[in-house]
Design a protein. Structure first.
Length: 362
């Protein structure tokens, strides 16, 4: 019998049962949890949020089988009916969302808001072990303090009344985590037209790769160099794991290296890029989008090679790869992005030939 070989150990994104930003509301009747969730979502504008619940007509469902589940978006209020949605399907379906609220009477989430309701104490007590990361206590009508047996889980936790909907929504909104940023210098091209390694050209008194690394470090951003196996051996680097796919493969390789950060990507053939340009993207950043990027007036498209790619873009990139596309610009064009105008069109001017280099320097 052939011995089973384990799969490769890959860095996994820190996603809970449904999403990076998920909160279970637990401890009250289901109708009250649903109403509160809808009120919260309505008070957090400009984001995609989803409420997860079981279909009570079919009884309780397990997280492994959300039979006839309701995925409710605040704009579209859609319903996704499927005979079986497993834990992997859940994360894939919800990747484009910014916030997930969960009926904690049926499903678990990595963080919780506990409602104190007079008729649900026994039910809540059964879920004591699930209250692993309580963010707030909400006192329902007729209740003036939390149950005493919750003391070990709620020290220092905000306590609000159910009537304080605006404050509850503000607290929920504040719980969303914004991923940290790492920098990626694209230096793996073969520089055929230039005739020499473009990353080694000294536009600013030192090799362009070293210059960009220094510009990232000015902002406290950890930089890595994307390159081929034989390049930049003494640098902190990420070698191409998706070979033959150019910048697309480099960006996907960075996310395979660390899927839990946003990657601020810049090509080494953009000599006008510096820390100030990075700050333009960071200041405009919308972490709820797939990416934040510049609009290129010359091409009339988003520019993918000086872009802040959010963690959710990793799954988006792989979706396009599965469909036979390896163009990062096509991913941006067809995704939910934030696009801004650069402070200078010169920022996006790439240098690929000796003639272009001389023209830029002069």
């Amino acid at each position: 019998m052939k011995k089973h070989q384990k799969h490769a150990k890959l860095a996994k994104p820190t996603i809970g049962n449904f999403h990076r930003n998920e909160l279970a509301l637990v401890g009250a009747p289901c109708h009250l949890i649903q109403e509160l969730s809808e009120e919260i979502i309505a008070r957090i504008p400009g984001q995609s949020a989803t409420y997860i619940d079981a279909d009570h007509a079919f009884g309780d469902s397990s997280p492994e089988e959300l039979r006839n589940n309701s995925l409710t978006d605040k704009i579209r209020f859609f319903r996704h009916d499927k005979n079986r949605i497993n834990t992997f399907d859940q994360k894939i379906l919800l990747n484009d969302q910014e916030l997930i609220l969960v009926n904690g009477n049926h499903f678990e989430a990595q963080s919780q808001i506990v409602l104190i309701h007079p008729k649900k104490e026994a039910s809540l007590k059964k879920r004591h072990s699930q209250l692993s990361n309580v963010k707030a206590i909400i006192l329902c009508e007729g209740i003036d303090k939390p149950f005493e047996w919750l003391a070990d889980r709620i020290q220092g936790i905000p306590v609000l009344n159910l009537s304080e909907i605006d404050s509850i929504a503000k607290l929920v909104d504040s719980q969303k985590e914004v991923p940290k940023i790492k920098g990626l210098v694209l230096a793996g091209g073969k520089s055929t037209r230039m005739g020499e390694d473009k990353g080694q050209i000294a536009y600013h008194g030192l090799a362009q790769v070293d210059y960009l690394i220094a510009e990232f470090e000015k902002l406290g951003i950890e930089p890595l160099v994307s390159c081929r196996d034989e390049q930049y051996i003494d640098y902190k680097r990420i070698t191409d794991l998706f070979e033959g796919l150019g910048p697309f493969g480099a960006i996907a390789s960075a996310f395979q290296y660390d899927p839990n950060v946003a990657w601020l990507v810049t090509a080494c053939d953009l000599p006008a890029v510096n820390a100030s340009v990075f700050n333009e993207l960071i200041a405009a950043r919308d972490a709820s989008k797939t990416a934040t990027c510049f609009y290129n007036e010359e091409t009339e498209f988003p520019d993918p090679l000086i872009t802040l790619w959010e963690p959710k873009s990793y799954m988006r990139l792989l979706e396009f790869l599965a469909l036979g596309y390896s163009c990062p610009r096509k991913v941006l064009i067809n995704s939910n992005i934030k696009m801004i105008k650069p402070s200078s069109a010169n920022i996006l001017k790439n240098i690929n030939t000796p003639e272009e280099r001389e023209s830029f320097i002069s």
